[in-house]
Ligand binder design. Structure first.
Ligand code: SF4
Length: 831
C-alpha cells in the first residue's frame, strides 16, 4: 500500500475519539485510513514482525495487526484491507489492546484455596482438585450438579470445545455465558422474527442508507469505528437522517438534531410503548408495503390490534416525549427509502427487551426493508466474540443454531459427536445464567466453572453474587488472565493465555469471521482456554461411544475444521472458510461452496429460515415467554415467511416511589471495556476514566443541592454506592452509572464503587436477559468534593458547566491511504 499522505503523528485519541473525517457520499465506498499505536519510543522500523488479528475490545471486530518486538506485543495497526474497519482503530483498540499482556499482576501459575487462602500450585495439583470434585459430584448427583459460565471473549474453537465437553461429555444443560447480560436479546429477537439467529444487515448498509435509527445504542462510545463510518456519511453528500432513542444526550442524540432527525429520550422502561407507537404510525399512514408483507411475513392483523391503542398522545404520556417527536420519527422511518436500524443495551437490558427489539424488526418487515443495501437491521452485540458463544452453543443453545426442541437437530449432533442422543440435554430449555446462579446459590449446582468473565462485578445485585461465589455450597473454578474480583472468591484459579497469546477465530456483529494468530508466548504456565478444557476432558476420561477421546483435536485449526462440519447446511455455514483464507482478512458467513466469498447481507431473496424443520426456535409469546410447540408452529405454516409479533407495554418491575424517587440505569464509557480487566491496565484509558461516577440532570442536581464533583450516596432497595456526581445531560428523573468499576485496583474488596450493587435480579421473559436499566433509587449528598468529578468530559458524560477537557492519550498516528477494492462491498462492486 502506497501512502498518499505523510503520517499524521502524535494524535491524542483520548481527546479525539473518532479521528479525522474522510467524508463519503451515499453509495460510495468508505475511504480507507490507517491508525497505528506503538509503545512510547518505538518506531515502525523497531517492530520485529506483525501478526494478523482483529480487536477484541468491543463487538465491532476491527481487523488489525499486532506489532511484536523481542517476544512482546508492543502495539497495533488497523488493517486497511479489512472490510470491517478499512484500517481504522478506536481509542480502546489503540491504547488497550496490548499493555495488559505484560502487566506484572498477570496470573502465571494455578492457584488453589488452602485454609481459606489462595496459594500458587502446579497444574497437576490444581486440575487434580477440579477433577476430584467433579467426579465426586457426578457420582453423587449426576450432571445437573455441574454448571459452566463463560464469556463473550473466548475464541470460537474454545466455545465449541466447551459446548462439546458440557453437552456431550458431561450432559449438563447448565451452560451459559455473560453474553446473557449483553446479547441474549439480540439473538432471541432475530430468532423470533426471522427463525434463526444471524444478523440480517451489514456495516456496508451505513454507506448507502438514507436514515439511520439507533435504539438504545450509543454507538459513538460503544463502537467508535462504526460511528466514524456514520460521521463520514453525515459529513459527505446526501447525508442520512439520524434518529436516536436514548435517555442521555449522547453524541448520537446530537447527530440526530444536526441531521434533521429526532432525539427521543423516553422514561426508562418505556421502550416498547414508544415502538408500539411508531408501528401504529406506519400502519395508520399507510407507510407499509402490503404486497411485500403478504408475500413474506405473517401476523399483520394481530400486530395491528396490539399497537392500535398507542396513539402519539398516549405514547407521549407513557414515555415522557412529545407526540410530535413520535410522529416525526415515524415519518422519517415511513417515508425514507432505505433505513438502517441498530439496537443495543438500552433495549436489551431493559424492561420488555425482546418485545421492543422485535418491534424494530417489525418496522423493517412492514416496509419490506430488509435484504437490500442500506435497508438493514443490526441487532448489535456488546462483546467481541459473543456471536461465537451463541453459534457454538456454549451459552446453552445448540451448536450452529440448532433447535433444542427438534429431535432431528439433536440427532445430528449426536451423530457428529458419536454419542448417544440421550447424552445431549434437550428435555427442557437450556438453563440461563440467572437461573444458573440461582442453582449455585441453592447448592444444586455444586461445581461452577467460570471462564474469562467477572460476574462478581458484572452481574446484577452483586452483593448476592459475591455470596453465591463465596459460599461453601458451590465449588468455584475460575480461569482468567488476572486475579479478578471473581477469581478472588474461587476455590481453584487457572491462569489463561489471552488474545495474541493463542490462535483462534472469532466473529463480529455483521458475521465477519477473523483469524487471530498467536503473536507471543503466554506468561509463565498460563495455557489457552482450549488447552485447559482439553486437559480437563482428558483427565476426566470423557469419551465418545467408541471410547475415543471426546475432544480429540490437535490444536485450534483441527477444532475449526470440526466446527465447519457442524455448520454444514446451517444458516451460519462456515464450510467455505479455512485458516489460510482468513489470513487474508475477515470474511462474513455464510461462506460455503455456494458463497465462497462469504455473504455481505442475509435474506436478499426474502426467504427466512422459519420452516419448522429448519428454525432455531418455534417461538414464544413475547409478553409471558410461553413457548410455541412444534405442532403449533407447524400449523402456522410460516415456511420461509418472517413473523410480525407484537406485545402490549406493561410498566417496569420497579417504579419511582416517594422513598426512591429516581430511576437508575447502568452503562458504559468510551474509555473502558467490561470490568476493566484490560482497559484498566492501559495508562491512557485508565487516566481518561479512572473512577466511577453517577450522572444527574441539572434540574435533579439543583433540587438535591448537589454540585459537580460532590460525593453522593446512591441507594436502591438492594444496596448503595458512594461516588462523585457529574452534573450532565441525562434525562431528568434518571441517574446513570458506568458499570466497569470493581475493586481489583484497590487495596481491599470495596463495594462502594460497584454500579451493580443497586441493580435487580429480574429478567426479560423471553431472552432471560437481566434488566440493568430500571431500578428505583435515591441520591443523597454526602459531602462536597475536592473538585470536579473525574468523569470524562467527552461524549455522553460531558458536564453542563465548563471543565478541563479529558485528554492526555499517548501519541498515535493516522494516515489516509488509497482505498482498496472490498470484495463484498456493494458500492465497490458497482464502481
Ligand atoms: S471499535 Fe471496537 S473493535 Fe474497533 S478498535 Fe475500537 S474497541 Fe476495537
Amino acid at each position: 500500500m502506497t501512502r498518499s499522505e505523510l503520517p499524521s503523528a502524535d494524535l491524542d485519541r483520548v481527546a479525539d475519539l473518532w479521528g479525522a473525517r474522510t467524508p463519503h457520499s451515499k453509495g460510495s465506498v468508505w475511504p480507507a485510513r490507517q491508525d497505528l499505536r506503538l509503545e512510547d519510543g518505538l518506531q515502525i522500523d523497531d517492530v520485529d514482525h506483525w501478526v494478523g488479528s482483529a480487536c477484541v475490545l468491543c463487538s465491532n471486530g476491527c481487523g488489525c495487526d499486532i506489532a511484536v518486538k523481542d517476544g512482546r506485543m508492543v502495539g497495533v495497526r488497523g488493517r486497511v484491507d479489512d472490510p470491517v474497519n478499512h484500517g481504522r482503530l478506536g481509542p480502546k483498540g489503540l491504547y488497550g489492546s496490548t499493555p495488559w499482556a505484560s502487566s506484572p499482576d498477570r496470573l502465571t501459575r494455578p492457584m488453589v484455596r488452602v485454609a481459606g487462602r489462595l496459594v500458587e500450585t502446579d497444574w497437576e495439583t490444581a486440575m487434580g482438585r477440579v477433577v476430584e470434585v467433579s467426579r465426586r459430584l457426578l457420582e453423587e448427583k449426576g450432571p445437573l450438579s455441574h454448571g459452566f459460565y463463560t464469556s463473550g471473549q473466548l475464541f470460537l474453537e474454545e466455545y465449541y470445545a466447551l459446548a462439546v465437553l458440557g453437552k456431550a461429555g458431561l450432559g449438563t444443560p447448565h451452560m451459559d455465558g455473560n453474553t446473557r447480560l449483553c446479547t441474549a436479546t439480540a439473538a432471541v429477537a432475530m430468532k423470533e422474527s426471522f427463525g434463526s439467529d444471524g444478523q440480517p444487515g451489514s456495516y456496508t448498509d451505513i454507506d448507502s442508507c438514507d436514515a439511520i435509527f439507533l435504539y438504545g445504542h450509543n454507538m459513538a462510545e460503544t463502537q467508535t469505528v462504526l460511528w466514524s463510518r456514520v460521521l463520514d456519511r453525515i459529513e459527505g453528500e446526501d447525508p442520512p437522517i439520524v434518529v436516536c432513542v436514548d435517555p442521555r444526550r449522547t453524541p448520537v442524540a446530537e447527530a440526530a438534531e444536526r441531521t434533521g432527525g429526532v432525539h427521543l429520550a423516553p422514561y426508562l422502561g418505556t421502550n416498547l410503548a414508544l415502538l408500539n407507537g411508531l408501528q401504529r404510525e406506519l400502519l395508520q399512514n399507510g407507510w407499509i408495503d402490503e404486497e411485500w408483507v403478504a408475500a413474506h411475513a405473517l401476523g399483520l392483523e394481530e400486530l395491528r390490534k396490539v399497537v392500535d391503542p398507542y396513539t402519539p398522545e398516549k405514547v407521549a404520556q407513557i414515555c415522557g416525549v412529545e407526540a410530535d417527536q413520535v410522529r416525526r420519527a415515524a415519518e422519517v422511518f415511513g417515508t425514507t427509502r432505505d433505513v438502517l436500524s441498530t439496537v443495543l443495551q438500552g433495549f436489551y437490558q431493559s424492561h420488555q427487551a425482546t418485545a421492543a427489539s422485535v418491534a424494530v424488526n417489525n418496522l423493517h418487515l412492514l416496509r419490506g426493508m430488509i435484504g437490500r443495501p442500506g435497508a438493514g437491521v443490526l441487532q448489535m452485540n456488546g462483546q467481541p466474540t459473543a456471536q461465537n458463544n451463541r453459534e457454538c452453543g456454549a451459552d446453552g443453545d445448540l451448536p450452529a443454531f440448532r433447535n433444542w426442541d427438534n429431535p432431528e437437530h439433536v440427532q445430528q449432533l449426536a451423530t457428529l459427536w458419536n454419542v448417544e442422543v440421550q447424552q445431549i440435554p434437550h428435555w427442557a430449555p437450556p438453563t440461563h445464567a440467572m437461573q444458573l446462579f440461582r442453582y449455585a446459590e441453592q447448592g444444586s449446582i455444586g461445581f461452577l466453572w467460570i471462564s474469562a468473565t467477572n460476574p462478581a462485578v458484572s452481574m446484577p445485585e452483586s452483593a448476592r453474587i459475591r455470596k453465591v461465589l463465596d459460599g461453601e455450597q458451590c465449588f468455584v473454578v475460575v480461569q482468567d488472565l488476572f486475579l479478578t474480583e471473581t477469581a478472588q472468591l474461587a476455590d481453584v484459579v487457572l491462569p489463561a493465555a489471552g488474545w495474541g497469546e493463542k490462535t483462534g477465530t472469532f466473529t463480529n456483529v455483521n458475521r465477519t469471521v477473523h483469524l487471530s494468530d498467536q503473536a507471543v508466548a503466554p506468561p509463565g504456565e498460563a495455557r489457552s482456554d482450549l488447552e485447559i478444557f482439553q486437559l480437563y476432558a482428558r483427565e476426566m476420561g470423557l469419551t465418545d461411544k467408541d471410547g475415543e477421546p471426546l475432544l480429540q483435536w490437535d490444536g485450534p485449526e483441527e477444532v475449526f475444521e470440526a466446527w465447519k462440519e457442524c455448520t454444514r447446511g446451517r444458516p451460519c455455514d462456515y464450510t467455505g472458510l479455512t485458516y489460510q483464507r482468513l489470513r487474508e482478512g475477515g470474511i462474513p458467513w455464510p461462506a460455503s461452496e455456494q458463497h465462497p466469498e462469504g455473504t455481505d447481507r442475509l435474506y436478499t431473496d426474502h426467504v427466512f429460515p422459519t420452516h419448522t424443520e429448519q428454525c432455531e426456535t418455534y417461538g414464544h409469546d413475547l409478553a409471558t415467554g410461553g413457548g410455541v410447540t412444534e405442532q403449533e408452529h407447524r400449523a402456522i405454516g410460516a415456511n420461509g415467511r418472517a413473523f410480525l409479533k407484537g406485545s402490549p407495554y406493561v410498566p417496569a418491575h420497579e417504579r419511582p416511589s416517594p422513598e426512591f424517587p429516581l430511576l437508575y440505569s447502568t452503562g458504559r464509557t468510551v474509555y473502558q471495556f467490561h470490568t476493566r480487566t484490560k482497559t484498566g491496565r492501559a495508562r491512557s484509558l485508565q487516566q481518561a476514566a479512572p473512577d466511577p461516577w453517577v450522572e444527574l440532570s441539572a434540574p435533579d442536581a439543583e433540587r438535591l443541592g448537589i454540585s459537580e464533583g460532590d460525593v453522593v450516596r446512591v441507594e436502591s432497595p438492594r444496596g448503595a454506592i458512594e461516588v462523585r456526581a457529574r452534573v450532565g445531560f441525562v434525562r431528568e428523573g434518571t441517574v446513570f452509572a458506568p458499570f466497569h468499576y470493581g475493586s481489583w485496583d484497590r487495596d481491599a474488596l470495596s463495594t462502594t464503587r460497584q454500579a451493580n450493587e443497586l441493580t435487580m435480579t429480574v429478567w426479560d421473559p423471553v431472552s432471560k436477559q437481566p434488566c440493568f436499566k430500571t431500578a428505583a433509587c435515591r441520591v443523597i449528598r454526602v459531602r462536597a468534593g475536592d473538585g470536579p468529578s473525574t468523569a470524562p468530559t467527552t461524549a455522553a458524560s460531558r458536564p453542563v458547566g465548563a471543565l478541563s477537557p479529558t485528554r492526555g492519550g499517548a501519541a498515535t498516528t493516522s494516515v489516509t491511504v488509497p482505498t482498496p477494492t472490498y470484495r463484498l462491498d456493494p458500492a465497490g462492486r458497482a464502481r
